[in-house]
Design a protein around this ligand. Structure first.
Ligand SMILES: C=CC1=C(C)c2cc3[nH]c(cc4nc(cc5[nH]c(cc1n2)c(C)c5CCC(=O)O)C(CCC(=O)O)=C4C)c(C)c3C=C
Ligand SMILES: [Fe+2]
Ligand SMILES: [Fe+2]
Length: 335
């Protein structure tokens, strides 16, 4: 059939994969951090108190105090190619692109900041993606991370006349391939240390405690990951929750309090892992690797190691390839 002369070009149908992570400021300065935090902390999936109460606190207090402090923290871990989260997520998507070849368009986007989910979905549609897999890079499901990323993508499709078909990648907290990748990655990192840690601590990002009672599976997913990892490794693993924010009660035990208490219990050497983060970021590199170490050593700890996330390592990318390929099953890969 011939198209009318004024018909827009029709691209070849393709499959798209959109890796989605949390996001990060554009630069490690207070102005960029303020813009990022303003968007992040206005998300009703993240701060679940009435906006009428919250916005004056956010605009009046938090966005005037926190950006400077956070910018300082970001500056300590910033790389030549940007924030660690940005650089690593980009590397993950490039590596996956290589593995899938030209039939699958692999992109990445951030829930807050850049590149944005709306921009990337528009570009993927323009590139002919009729089927798109949304892949939130969070092993443990949490409304404040997984759901809000998917929500934003759904909102983009709500405005499209001709929508692509969508799938979402499920959480993979108990996937044997994920546990095996963590195990292998931790073993490789431990083999490079000049000490054998008495204790391995799995530190997950925290959440307000009330989300547990409200039905969020995040806490259970974290517990299951830690248990499976411990069974796989044949050694105990201490679970803890980091990055407490605001005055509400958060999941316990807190990582910083755990690190401060261990030396008095005779635990003088630890290795900290962060299995809930698919990429190293401010929360792992500054809060754990720098401040976590300080906390432990100030309390009398002698040896501390922070072990990296799966990131864009061979193990990490092979895991992502498996998880994504599984979700693409039944979707033909056009030549
Ligand atoms: C991995 C899962 C994450 C959950 C669950 C999560 C919940 C959550 N976070 C905040 C507040 C902040 N988080 C911040 C940074 C941050 N958080 C995650 C992941 C989860 N957050 C990542 C990967 C990052 C790092 C981003 C980076 O640029 O490297 C920050 C910003 C930094 C700071 O100022 O400290 C805040 C604030 C809440 C309130 C919350 C639960 C509802
Ligand atoms: Fe967070
Ligand atoms: Fe933090």
């Amino acid at each position: 059939m011939n198209l009318p002369p004024d018909h827009p070009p029709v691209p070849k149908p393709r499959i798209g994969v959109l890796l989605m992570n949390l996001g990060t400021p554009d630069a490690p300065d207070a102005k960029s951090v303020k813009r990022y935090l303003g968007q992040f902390l206005s998300d009703k999936r993240v701060i679940e108190i009435p906006q009428l109460l919250w916005q004056p606190i956010l605009r009046g207090v938090i966005l005037n105090v926190r950006p400077k402090k956070s910018a300082h923290a970001y500056a300590q871990v910033w790389r030549e190619d940007g924030s660690p989260l940005q650089a690593i997520t980009t590397a993950q998507s490039l590596a996956l692109k290589d593995r899938f070849g030209s039939g699958v368009l692999v992109e990445h986007a951030m829930r807050y900041g850049n590149p944005s989910i709306p921009d990337k979905l528009a570009a993927m549609k323009a590139a002919g993606c009729e089927r798109i897999l949304l892949a939130p890079l969070y092993p443990q499901y949490c409304a404040a991370t997984t759901a809000t990323a998917n929500d934003q993508a759904f909102a983009v499709l709500a405005k499209m006349r001709w929508q692509p078909a969508l799938r979402t990648m499920p959480p993979y907290h108990d996937d044997p391939d994920y546990i095996a990748a963590l195990h292998a990655s931790i073993d490789a990192s431990l083999a490079q240390l000049d000490f054998e840690p008495q204790r391995i601590i799995a530190s997950f990002h925290g959440m307000p405690k009330r989300t547990l009672a409200l039905g969020d599976p995040y806490h259970c997913h974290c517990q299951k990951t830690a248990r499976l990892l411990s069974e796989s490794m044949g050694r105990p693993i201490t679970i803890a929750f980091q990055s407490r924010f605001g005055p509400a009660k958060w999941l316990e035990p807190a990582t910083d309090l755990t690190l401060a208490a261990l030396p008095a219990q005779g635990v003088k050497s630890v290795a900290v892992v962060a299995p809930g983060f698919s990429a190293d970021c401010l929360e792992t590199l500054e809060e754990m690797a720098i401040r976590g170490r300080e906390t432990f050593e100030e309390a009398g700890g002698e040896r501390f190691a922070y072990l990296p996330c799966l990131n864009d390592s061979d193990l990490g990318v092979a895991l992502l390839e498996k998880l994504v390929a599984r979700e693409l099953e039944g979707w033909q890969r056009p030549a």
